[in-house]
Design a protein around this ligand. Structure first.
Ligand code: CA
Length: 423
């Protein structure tokens, strides 16, 4: 089925600023509520949210086999269970209804209350996440961490260039943008020559990541190939995988991160479909040594998505500390999903896969404070004269992301969360 919704010539009869990240070519899905109504599925266009449950009640999706019940929901999962092609048809239909070329919805002003100003909505967790997996797929990030904590001469572990390394995270503490994060407590070992202590973490960090959300995968025991992988990806979000570096340093051998990572991970609320990102597909960086057969792939499977991180505090406005790009990732999403399922592990509708920290090649493109301030040795100056090695209480971390081509910007909005003092 053709993706007609990406046509750059399309224009909407709804006023959308030229600089908007949500033109008619984007149409991301999310869950919203208003003072009058409970949670339901919406699609963003400019500064409006289109209420899909109302649109379904007007009959616009009858022939696509979507009903009001698919959209009158707390999460996107019931809608997503219709699968990739049905969601593509739905997005194509929404694009038609909002485009200047079609009059059915446009000329029916009694139905225009299905368009709600973003000022009147509150966004919520978009997806009921069953399982959350986090990868470690940026070569620059893995190298920087290896240089800092192990051996500069052998920064990458021997398996890294062969395996899209990942671990199973925790879904219960994945939270939406705008929800605050409480500084975690745990075991830390500030003095290498003394016993560990129990205290609030002193090294809270962000990790600049993107997440992807899966459709229902295959049955247990069956693998998804790299050529099939994108058929199982619904869309992407911005993802801040909060980390407590001091807890991590003490606990992570031998089984990897645990309490250093599972106190909170924040995601942006609009899920941009993989379909909408197709114009921004680009080559994956060269992989040497050449990968095993099940990880080989054809075509452009990486995506050119500009990313930035800012820190905001009560004493200064948002200050950018990093600019990176999703295209730097050594392993692409198709390889990650193929690897995840190569042993027969089943993924389910609404699973979340984190990319791993996205660091670029230069210090101004690193994706964590650990790297930007280089283990605390290069503190970063803030506009109020203070400096940061890690994130301080009452700081707010803001991540933004967008693609841009021929004057059309496809954006993710932001994932924004404030760090509160330990309980
Ligand atoms: Ca991570």
């Amino acid at each position: 089925m053709q993706i007609t919704a990406n046509n750059p010539a399309l224009r909407s009869w709804i006023n959308v600023e030229a600089s908007s990240e949500f033109p008619i070519q984007n149409l991301p899905f999310g869950i919203f509520e208003t003072a009058q109504s409970g949670k339901r599925v919406g699609v963003r266009i400019g500064e409006h949210v289109l209420d899909l449950s109302l649109m379904a009640s007007f009959g616009y999706f009858d022939d696509l086999h979507f009903t009001v019940a698919d959209f009158n929901q707390d999460f996107l999962n019931p809608m997503m269970r219709h699968g990739k092609l049905a969601i593509r048809a739905l997005r194509n239909r929404i694009s038609e209804l909002l485009s200047t070329d079609h009059t059915s919805f446009q000329n029916n002003p009694t139905q225009h209350h299905a368009l709600i100003s973003v000022q009147e909505v509150k966004m919520a967790m978009p997806v009921q996440i069953g399982d959350y997996t986090d990868f470690y797929s940026s070569k620059e990030h893995a190298t920087n961490v290896g240089v800092m904590f192990r051996d500069p001469a052998n920064a990458l572990l021997p398996n890294w260039l062969w395996i899209p390394v990942g671990y199973h995270g925790r879904a219960s503490s994945v939270i939406p943008s705008e929800q605050a994060v409480v500084r975690p407590k745990g075991q830390i070992k500030p003095d290498d020559n003394a016993d560990p202590i129990f205290a609030a973490s002193r090294q809270i960090d962000f990790e600049l990541e993107m997440g992807f959300i899966t459709f229902e995968g295959k049955a247990l025991g069956h693998s998804i190939s790299t050529s099939e992988a994108e058929d199982f990806i619904f869309g992407l979000c911005l993802f801040n995988d909060w980390s407590a570096r001091d807890i991590q340093k003490w606990e992570y051998v031998p089984l990897g991160p645990f309490l250093a990572k599972n106190f909170a991970s924040s995601m942006s609320c609009w899920i941009v479909t993989l379909d909408a990102l197709q114009p921004f597909a680009c080559p994956t960086p060269a992989q040497d040594p050449s990968v095993l057969s099940y990880l080989q792939f054809a075509g452009n499977k990486s995506y050119d998505i500009h990313l930035e991180v800012a820190i905001e505090a009560p004493t200064f406005p948002a200050h950018i500390v990093s600019k990176s790009n999703f295209k730097y990732m050594y392993w692409n999403m198709s390889q990650q999903l193929a690897h995840h399922t190569v042993n027969g592990c089943n993924v389910r509708c609404g699973d979340l896969m984190g990319s791993g920290t996205i660091s670029g090649p230069t210090p101004d493109s690193y994706g964590s404070m650990l790297e930007i301030a280089w283990k605390g040795t290069k503190p970063v100056q803030m506009p109020d004269g203070t400096e940061r090695r890690f994130i301080q209480d009452h700081d707010t971390v803001i991540m933004r992301g967008y693609c841009e081509q021929n004057g059309i910007k496809i954006g993710f909005g932001e994932v924004k969360s404030q760090l509160l003092p330990a309980n």
